[in-house]
Design a protein around this ligand. Structure first.
Ligand code: SF4
Ligand code: SF4
Length: 372
């Protein structure tokens, strides 16, 4: 499998095995890890908050007798801990995965300004500096589910060597920031193109037709590779889930014209189907006094109506308000019709009516995040 630079650390395979799902037993995770290694994946992503993931990974690497030079591990650290607790978590991670040094440590979810302050100026700064000074970690990065503004602040802080972003074919808003990060020499990991990118492992028929001649998941992967991201996570729970990683293992650098054309066609059909209710995701309407993340909610409406992505959009909408700072806090029915956002929308959208429509379209039972 091709490898790409990931900050100043070791090169990583263009697919990264995310270890948050293969956790029914140590054997399940071991079988997935064995398959990943066999197809050339050398990068494993885990976290203390993913249940027994780190313990199972350490056991799998030992059982498979994998030479240290054949893998790179990224683990994470939730923001907010004091220095003693944070260092204890890092030491526990090292013990669980069976290493003296972790290749990469990411601040797990710089989603809000207080998380970034913690990492740059608070206890997190001391934790990260100590880890580097004592050789406990090779390089430091961050993941984020936050706004483009907070992601930009984290990237431009100069503190981090890599970032894990929600950057997807169907959610490309962070592409300029990803480019900025890569231009600054940072590694960029796209989080879960298959699942978070739109449940593309089980696409609706409409999306399948719109992505032709590509499979939707194939197009999503090829589009990200074409834009030069370092690597993309796959949260496989079975070895068979790695089939696309194997098929695309040798895709080279640069955007193939056929991929660019298919992505453009997808944008066009989405806009055509939404017509004058299409939200362009410019974010000019923010802030909303009720705390509604208008662009995120209307993006789900775009995808539901533009591509028939009912299951994905209902799932993501059901998580709103159920996952703390990991996702938007307020659903569309919180709109009071105050009108503040209306003059700021360059497309003159009837935002309150569209939010109400979105709520009716996507409202379902509350959901919960996989972890946390
Ligand atoms: S009209 Fe609704 S969405 Fe717009 S700012 Fe007011 S409460 Fe927020
Ligand atoms: S200003 Fe209008 S087009 Fe832009 S994100 Fe808000 S609702 Fe969408």
């Amino acid at each position: 499998m091709k490898r790409r630079s990931f900050g100043p650390g070791a090169k990583v395979s263009v697919f990264t095995l995310g270890l948050m799902r293969a956790l029914a037993s140590p054997l399940q995770l071991q079988q997935v890890v064995a398959r990943a290694l066999a197809i050339g994946i050398n990068h494993f992503e885990t976290a203390p908050s993913y249940g027994p993931s780190q313990v199972y990974l350490g056991q799998a690497l030992a059982a498979l007798a994998v030479p240290r030079c054949r893998y790179v591990i990224t683990s994470k650290l939730l923001p907010g801990m004091d220095v003693g607790k944070g260092l204890a978590v890092v030491h526990a991670t090292l013990q669980q995965v069976g290493l003296g040094q972790l290749d990469q440590l990411a601040v797990h979810g710089i989603n809000r300004p207080e998380h970034l302050r913690w990492a740059l100026h608070g206890p997190g700064a001391e934790i990260l500096a100590t880890c580097e000074a004592e050789g406990l970690v090779g390089q430091v990065g961050f993941s984020s589910h936050g706004s483009p503004e907070i992601v930009e602040q984290a990237i431009t802080s100069g503190r981090f060597s890599f970032c894990s972003l929600h950057l997807h074919l169907l959610s490309p808003a962070l592409l300029p920031l990803a480019r900025q990060a890569m231009a600054a020499g940072m590694g960029v990991m796209a989080i879960s193109p298959a699942d978070k990118g739109g449940r593309l492992f089980d696409p609706p028929d409409l999306l399948r037709r719109q992505c032709a001649p590509f499979d939707p998941l194939e197009l999503a992967y090829r589009w990200l590779l074409g834009h030069g991201v370092s690597t993309m996570t796959i949260g496989a729970s079975h070895p068979s889930h790695l089939v696309w990683a194997q098929r695309l293992a040798q895709v080279g650098d640069g955007m193939a014209p056929t991929v660019a054309a298919a992505a453009r066609q997808l944008d066009q059909v989405r806009q055509q189907r939404l017509q004058d209710t299409f939200c362009g995701q410019c974010r000019c309407c923010l802030p909303c006094p009720e705390g509604i993340d208008i662009p995120t909610l209307l993006r789900l409406r775009n995808l539901r109506l533009g591509h028939g992505m009912t299951a994905f959009c209902e799932e993501r909408y059901g998580l709103i308000g159920q996952a703390g700072h990991w996702l938007p806090m307020v659903q569309g029915d919180a709109c009071t019709r105050c009108g503040d956002c209306l003059p700021r929308c360059p497309r003159n959208l009837e935002i309150p009516a569209l939010l109400q429509h979105t709520h009716g379209l996507l409202q379902g039972p509350p959901r919960r995040r996989l972890w946390g």
